[in-house]
Design a protein around this ligand. Structure first.
Ligand SMILES: [Fe+2]
Length: 222
């Protein structure tokens, strides 16, 4: 048993370990479509996750938080369960009651209050503590438009787990698809009218950039 002062680890909380393993498999087995840049990103994500598993990372649980969009989570998980990435969806479902859903903006862009939130799974503030990668899930209500944004110094990938989304009107992504956004790439996401969309995401970048990204967040630190 841990002493009351020490945070638990992945060994103590196996559901978090299983979830990381599922992310590791996502980035190991999803095709790169012949893109060396995407393959390299997938490798970096995988290696960062492997290090977290190997060192038995600390898990700093965050207070459960919901947002209006989380009323759509049940549907997104149920739909995702029949998709090709069902193992990831099941691992997320197991942690449903521990997810801390946030907006991540000082001021939530108009129209997103009821239709968007994300939950971090790994990052500087946890739950799985890492200073080299940020992993999370983002949930969109049906018909949501996530306005154009870019990430300074951050290489981002989204993996569709449930629903269907389009990015910059340039393609439609369904469960099993990966979207790749290099640093500073402006991207805008739209969601189909009938179903919510649940995307896994990974951010890789220099520590300073990962940290800076956090500075704009309003989430209270634990
Ligand atoms: Fe993004």
């Amino acid at each position: 048993m841990n002493t009351p002062t020490s945070d638990p680890t992945l060994q103590d909380l196996p559901d978090w370990r299983y979830l990381l393993q599922e992310y590791d498999e996502l980035y190991r087995y999803l095709p790169a479509g012949g893109s060396d840049r995407i393959r390299s990103h997938q490798r970096k994500v995988r290696e960062a996750i492997s290090r977290l598993l190997k060192k038995n990372a600390t898990v700093s649980l965050q207070p459960r938080a919901v947002k209006p969009v989380t009323a759509h989570l049940r549907r997104a998980l149920d739909e995702g369960r029949s998709g090709t990435l069902a193992p990831v969806v099941r691992a997320l479902d197991a942690l449903d009651s521990h997810l801390s859903w946030q907006y991540g903006y000082e001021k939530v862009p108009k129209g997103l209050t009821n239709s968007y939130a994300y939950a971090e799974l790994a990052g500087m503030n946890g739950p799985v503590v890492s200073d080299e990668i940020i992993l999370g899930v983002v949930l969109f209500a049906p018909g949501c438009t996530y306005p154009a944004h870019a990430h300074k110094g951050i290489t981002e990938s989204y993996v569709c787990l449930s629903g269907a989304v389009s990015e910059n009107h340039q393609g439609v992504y369904v469960p099993g698809s990966m979207i790749f956004n290099p640093p500073d790439h402006l991207h805008r996401i739209t969601v189909g009218d009938r179903e919510p969309a649940l995307l896994a995401y990974a951010w890789i970048g220099e520590k300073a950039d990962l940290h800076e990204q956090k500075m704009v967040f309003t989430r209270p630190r634990k």
